[in-house]
Design a protein around this ligand. Structure first.
Ligand SMILES: C[S@@+](CC[C@H](N)C(=O)[O-])C[C@H]1O[C@@H](n2cnc3c(N)ncnc32)[C@H](O)[C@@H]1O
Length: 471
């Protein structure tokens, strides 16, 4: 069948709603068009960038009629960068749309018609809230028309252009990143250009400079800079370290990570400490956390504490109860709950994260926790004895990656049959899918659903859901 709409075609459409994922939704008859940065109420002239048989994607060429919900995005890169798709909406409107999407997912995808969803806990800061940014070097600067023509075209340090992963938008700042960002980007960019250090070519996998990762511990003010390169020539960075330390008085650690993999990961085979320690220290509540370059840590520190308080409230532990923390990362939730529990057992696939979790337990003098390294997709089928040997959980915390739980883990959870389950997720679509399966296979009901905004201006939302055993 011929596609009703073709790539490259220009159309005039009215945006009706915002889709899960952030794009504006428009229709031509029954055919759906997802419009990047489109806002409900806007009439726009668009160009189709992708055309499939059931939907198309388009970008705005001109706003013909403005939406009453529109406001000028403060970021100069907003139109090009894919990171913040909602900066042109006032924050309370962003919250409304995300809330409506969570509700729709629970009601329509999950079929949980009558559940109540609590009002979203809003982010305390809506700019400079991220404690970690991964910037990319590229040998192809994303450019359009007369945009920043004074900059070289064969060098960029910034964020990947959406839908164009071999180019990067050269950034002077990013408004959701730590406040030191413009200084770090300027010094590193100038140093690389002055010394002819080649940026990475994402297509051919050549070039020396791959990523620049910035991490900041909010409550201790410590700053980490990690330069990821394809080769081991760490000595070239010594003058750069001097320049960074001269301008950044909170610089605690500069690392050069060597990563030769074809994938874009910032976790490498080798690390050289160029300055200071091999980690920064963060504080959340009464606890200290050691954050190494490869550690996972919630990216919005203020909201991480709020999130963990909600998890603790929904876990409602007494000190005779056992908790299992599935997908525990560097153990932050497990350690946060340890004081209120008899014992906490964390499970995690990444070796370095398990090492951090164990070190963080020692750092905080917490003894009633243990961390098991393993792949939750198969650990209980490979080692069924774990289910008999470990103390059974009264409470289960589940905090999986975006894709959600492996289907094989659902019957294991039903078999463990804990009193309470607290499911934390940054992707309510996979969360709803998993909860639906859990309710089909185990005797549970949904007791509470709490959205928490950890990622202002983006289409992402965290949701904490409390399941109670029905007996
Ligand atoms: C969203 S993070 C949760 C981190 C932690 N709960 C926290 O708040 O810091 C998800 C974690 O699941 C881990 N993970 C992903 N797939 C896994 C698997 N198949 N088995 C075990 N852990 C996995 C990731 O390495 C990551 O640390």
């Amino acid at each position: 069948m011929e596609k009703p709409i073709k790539k490259g075609q220009d159309l005039s459409v009215k945006i009706e709603d915002i889709a899960f994922g952030g794009a504006g939704i428009a229709h031509i008859d029954d055919f759906i068009i997802f419009v990047k940065n489109g806002l409900p109420g806007q009439k726009v002239q668009v160009r189709v960038t992708k055309a499939k048989s059931s939907f198309a994607e388009a970008r705005i060429l001109e706003v013909l009629e403005q939406s009453p919900k529109y406001r000028q995005a403060p970021c100069p890169y907003f139109e090009y960068c894919g990171g913040c798709s909602h900066q042109n909406l006032a924050y309370d409107r962003q919250i409304e749309y995300l809330y409506a999407q969570v509700k729709q997912l629970y009601q329509h995808l999950g079929g949980f018609g009558s559940v109540d969803i609590l009002p979203t806990v809003q982010s305390r800061e809506i700019y400079r809230y991220r404690n970690k940014m991964e910037f990319a070097f590229s040998n192809r600067r994303w450019t359009t028309g007369d945009y920043e023509t004074e900059k070289p075209e064969n060098f960029a340090l910034g964020l990947r252009a959406p839908g164009n992963f071999w180019k990067a938008i050269d950034l002077n700042d990013c408004l959701i990143a730590p406040e030191e960002t413009p200084v770090v980007l300027r010094i590193v960019r100038n140093f690389a250009l002055k010394n002819n250090l080649s940026p990475h070519n994402q297509k051919r996998h050549t070039g020396f400079l791959r990523h620049l990762v910035l991490r900041k511990a909010l409550n201790t003010n410590q700053l980490m800079i990690n330069i990821v390169t394809s080769d081991n020539q760490h000595h070239v960075f010594q003058p750069l370290v001097g320049e960074l330390a001269a301008e950044l008085n909170n610089l605690s650690c500069v690392v050069n990570t060597i990563s030769r993999t074809l994938s874009g990961t910032t976790i490498g085979e080798k690390q050289h400490i160029l300055f200071g320690e091999d980690h920064i220290l963060e504080k959340v509540g009464n606890l200290s956390f050691k954050i190494s370059p490869a550690s996972f840590f919630q990216t919005n520190t203020v909201m991480a504490e709020m999130l963990y308080n909600i998890v603790a409230k929904y876990a409602a532990l007494n000190t005779s109860e056992v908790v299992w923390d599935l997908y525990c990362g560097a153990g932050s939730i497990a350690l946060y709950l340890a004081e209120q529990a008899k014992e906490v057992i964390g499970f995690e696939i990444v070796k370095a994260a398990v090492k951090d979790a164990r070190e963080n337990a020692v750092l905080n003098q917490i003894e009633n926790v243990q961390f098991i390294e393993g792949n939750l997709d198969k650990i209980f089928s490979k080692k069924p004895e774990l289910l008999d040997e470990l103390p059974k959980p009264d409470v289960l915390i589940i905090d999986p990656p975006r894709g959600g739980m492996h289907p094989k883990l659902i019957p294991v959870v039903a078999q463990l049959n804990p009193q309470r389950i607290v499911y934390v997720s940054c992707n309510p679509a996979s969360q709803v899918r998993d909860i639906k399966m859990l309710l089909e296979q185990g005797a549970y009901h949904i007791a509470k659903i709490q959205p928490v905004d950890m990622f202002p201006h983006t289409p992402h939302i965290e949701v904490v859901t409390r399941l109670m055993r029905t007996d």
